[in-house]
Write a protein that binds this ligand. Structure first.
Ligand SMILES: Nc1nc2c(ncn2[C@@H]2O[C@H](COP(=O)(O)OP(=O)(O)OP(=O)(O)O)[C@@H](O)[C@H]2O)c(=O)[nH]1
Length: 222
C-alpha cells in the first residue's frame, strides 16, 4: 500500500480546546504538538490550529486537528461556529485560579448550545491545568470530580509546563473514546510513537469565511 493510500485511511478528528484566558490552552496544545513550552504569555486572538497524528491500538492512525480557541471569544459571535462539529472538546481551567473553574459553566453551556442539533455529541474532557503549581491550588480536586460526574465528562489533570499527562494521556484518551477504542496504560503510552506536527496560524477572517479550513493549506502531518 502506498503512503498516500495509508494516510487516506486516517480518521481526522476535530478537537476544540476552550476555557478562560491564560488557563493554558495554547501551552497544552503546543506541548502536545511540539513537545515545547513557553513561559511568556501571548494571548490567542481568535484561534490557532495544530495538527498531529497519533497511533492507537489495532494500527489505527488518527489525525487530530486541534483548535486552540482564545479565551476572549466567550460571549463573541464566532465561538459557536468554532465549536460546531467538534468530535472532542477539552474544557480547560487553571487549578490555581478559581474564577477559571467557575466560568466553565459558561463554556460548557456554549458547547451544549453549539451541538444541540448534532446527532453525535462530542466527547468532553474536563482538564485541570498547572498541576506543577499544586502548592497554589485553589480549586479542590473533589470539585473537579463532581463537575465531571454531574455532566458525564472525562477527567484529566495536566501540566503543560512539565508535560505531565498531556501527550501520554489526555489526547489519546479523548481520541480513543471518540472512535470507541478501549486503551490500557501501556497502550496509551504506545500511542505516542509516531508523531510530528507543525503549526499553522489562521487569521480570524479566513475562519469566518470557512469554518472548516481548506485541507490543502494545512500543515503536513507525518
Ligand atoms: N506553571 C505553569 N504555567 C503554565 C502552564 N500552562 C500555561 N502556563 C502559563 O500560563 C500563561 C498562559 O498560558 P497560555 O497557554 O497562553 O494560556 P491560554 O489559555 O492559551 O490563554 P488565551 O490565549 O488568553 O486564551 C503562560 O504564561 C504560560 O507559560 C502550566 O502547566 N504550569
Amino acid at each position: 500500500m502506498s503512503d498516500s493510500e495509508e494516510e487516506s485511511q486516517d480518521r481526522l478528528l476535530k478537537i476544540v480546546v476552550i476555557g478562560d484566558g491564560a488557563c493554558g490552552k495554547t501551552s497544552i496544545t503546543t506541548r502536545f504538538a511540539q513537545e515545547a513550552f513557553g513561559k511568556l504569555y501571548k494571548q490567542t486572538i481568535g484561534l490557532d490550529f495544530f495538527l498531529k497524528r497519533i497511533s492507537l491500538p489495532g494500527n489505527l492512525n488518527v489525525t487530530l486537528q486541534v483548535w486552540d480557541i482564545g479565551g476572549q471569544t466567550l460571549g463573541g459571535k464566532m465561538l459557536d461556529k468554532y465549536i460546531y462539529g467538534a468530535h472532542g472538546v477539552l474544557l480547560v481551567y487553571d487549578i490555581t485560579n478559581s474564577q477559571s473553574f467557575e466560568n466553565l459553566e459558561d463554556w460548557f453551556t456554549m458547547v451544549k448550545k453549539a451541538n444541540e442539533e448534532s446527532d453525535v455529541p462530542p466527547v468532553i474532557s474536563l482538564v485541570g491545568n498547572k498541576i506543577d503549581l499544586e502548592h497554589m491550588r485553589t480549586v479542590k480536586a473533589d470539585k473537579h470530580q463532581r463537575f465531571c460526574q454531574e455532566n458525564s465528562l472525562l477527567s484529566q489533570f495536566v501540566s503543560a509546563k512539565t508535560g505531565d499527562s498531556v501527550s501520554v494521556s489526555l489526547f489519546p484518551k479523548v481520541a480513543a473514546e471518540i472512535i470507541g477504542v478501549k486503551l490500557n496504560k501501556a497502550e496509551i503510552e504506545q500511542s505516542q510513537r509516531v508523531v510530528k506536527a507543525d503549526i499553522v496560524n489562521y487569521s480570524q477572517d479566513s475562519v469566518a469565511r470557512t469554518v472548516n479550513p481548506p485541507r490543502s493549506s494545512m500543515c503536513v502531518v507525518q
